[in-house]
Design a protein around this ligand. Structure first.
Ligand code: DGJ
Length: 516
């Protein structure tokens, strides 16, 4: 059956990823880099775990080197196989185009491409050549463009079911360890006045350094990368206009160009990207750094939409999922190396990964994430409505012992671990060291009623500071996740009434207050 091509819709200041004409929230994960290169590995080691996780969409790479093993001859065996496997698992896919650039390198270019000297590499400030094609190498960009167009033409033909709902164009563009490309071609351009379109965008003229001073190298790289990516993405959009995005690693502190890939679409250069790469719909952070809240806020702030294609996969992912979906208009939440969360990877696999230290799941993390995905999917519409009506507060422990916020007539105080109410009252907390960090959200469901969903947190409800009234609990209900639904549990009275404390697994309560 032919379905409408997925698209982005903006309504009431909210972007939605529309799949089958319904807003779709990706609750999934990104695969390890090499998994999708072997369909039988996928079958044996990946899909069984993903089925247990019960996400609704997974981010899988398409490798240029496998898709065009001989120049001009395209092989879609992997793409077709992945689509068939996803359909069998009843999930969607986001494809990651590992074309010219993957983590600031050109590791996924075909062999025939790599050995051709015409396609020149970038050069670091110290004169060292990096295994990464320069965005100023127009012939190389043209070859990537052709391959990408072939991919999208193929998708248009084979995917009328719209299993693939979005595409990431390239992967973490930019140059590491150097403020800019110092290849001969780049040096020659860098000495000139900034190009006309750049001069128009900034309303100034002069050389790169005259106009941008110490930020010149990063702006220079962003200019050339954005033009290169636009050439590729625009050609793809013409053929098959599914939503596009790009990812960038971000550490959440003002790292200099080169400490972060110079030429990545991070917020400080997005003015350039948004102007010169209009075929990219969204930019999302890969969050492996501790400042999860700061980084996610910076990206969510730009378009009121958040795509997190990658994040460290650790015991805290479920808490972060609750926070992220409630805090922002999130259309994609996707921990990296997701297959390792449900089915621990072999020692060989772990040892051979460059960044295995970033992907350290705890045995329980997958089970928690699976439950949280179920809950979030179930509550998606309630959460979005509460966001639109400002009746929701999301919280996440990040070095802070507690946080406090006002909803209408009430002050709600969430505290974490031993800093909880029992802690304040000198009773000591019960937090186990292995528990995930605290995270979750509170929705005001009626004037005096609050629904709490969280992990590792305590909730205390107080009247607003100026109020003379005393407030008491009228009713406190437990809710639980059962057979794909949220159902009512115990009535929490007596010993269970006064402390609303949730341990290391997801908990839900609805509390109604009264005044006297
Ligand atoms: C960021 C990259 O985009 C991913 O492909 C992967 O390499 C991760 N880092 C983890 O190593």
């Amino acid at each position: 059956m032919k379905h409408r091509i997925p698209y982005l819709k903006k309504e009431n200041n909210r972007y939605s990823l529309m799949v089958e004409d319904e807003p779709f929230m990706i609750l999934g994960g990104e695969l390890h880099n090499s998994s999708a290169s072997d369909l039988s590995y996928m079958k044996e080691h990946v899909w069984p775990g993903l089925k247990r996780l019960e996400g609704n969409c997974y981010l899988v790479p398409v490798y240029w080197e496998c898709m065009e093993p001989e120049q001009g001859k395209y092989d879609f065996t992997l793409v077709d196989g992945l689509i068939a496997q996803a359909r069998e698992a009843d999930v969607h896919l986001v494809l990651l185009w590992f074309g010219l650039w993957k983590n600031g390198k050109s590791e996924y270019t075909p062999h025939w491409f790599k050995i051709n000297p015409e396609y020149f590499y970038m050069v670091e400030e110290n004169g060292k050549k990096v295994e990464s094609v320069s965005p100023l190498c127009h012939q190389a960009v043209e070859l990537d463009r052709r391959a990408y167009v072939e991919l999208l033409s193929h998708l248009r033909e084979v995917d009328e079911e719209r299993t693939v709902i979005m595409i990431q164009v390239e992967n973490e563009t930019g140059i590491w360890n150097s403020p800019r490309d110092y290849s001969e071609v780049a040096n020659a351009e860098y000495k000139k006045c900034i190009p006309e379109d750049m001069a128009r965008l900034y309303g100034v003229n002069g050389t790169w350094e005259e106009v941008f001073g110490r930020d010149a190298p990063e702006n220079f790289m962003s200019y050339y990368f954005s033009h290169a990516v636009e050439k590729i993405a625009a050609a793809g959009k013409k053929v098959y206009p599914i939503p596009t995005f790009m990812n960038c690693v971000d550490f959440g502190f003002p790292a200099r160009a080169g400490q972060l890939p110079s030429g990545a679409p991070i917020p400080r250069v997005q003015k350039i990207w948004r102007c010169f790469a209009p075929s990219i719909d969204m930019y999302g952070p890969d969050i492996y750094a501790p400042d999860y809240r700061g980084i996610s806020a910076a990206y969510a702030g730009t378009d009121h939409v958040l795509v997190i294609p990658e994040m460290a996969q650790d015991k805290n992912v479920a808490s972060k999922a609750l926070f992220t979906i409630a805090a922002y208009n999130t259309i994609c939440f996707s921990p990296f190396g997701i297959e390792g969360l449900m089915t621990p990877l072999s020692e060989t696999d772990l040892l051979s990964q460059t960044n295995s230290d970033l992907v350290r799941p705890e045995p329980e993390a997958g089970v928690l994430l699976s439950e949280v995905y179920g809950i979030l999917n179930y509550l998606r519409k309630n959460i979005q409505k509460a966001q639109d009506e400002h009746r929701i507060y999301a919280f996440l422990e990040q070095g802070n012992p507690s946080e406090e916020f006002v909803l209408d007539e009430y002050i709600l105080r969430v505290s974490y671990g031993d800093g909880g109410m029992r802690g304040h009252m000198g009773q000591g907390g019960h937090r186990s060291e292995n528990n995930p960090i605290g995270g979750g959200f509170i929705i005001q469901t009626k004037k005096d009623t609050f629904f709490l969903c969280g992990i590792s947190c305590n909730l205390e409800i107080q009247p607003k500071y100026a109020s003379q009234e005393e407030i008491f609990i009228l009713d406190k209900r437990e809710y639980k996740w059962q057979d794909g639904c949220i159902v009512m549990g115990r009535i929490m009275n007596g010993d269970e009434r006064n402390y609303t404390a949730i341990g290391g697994i997801p908990g839900m309560f609805e509390i109604t207050m009264y005044r006297k």
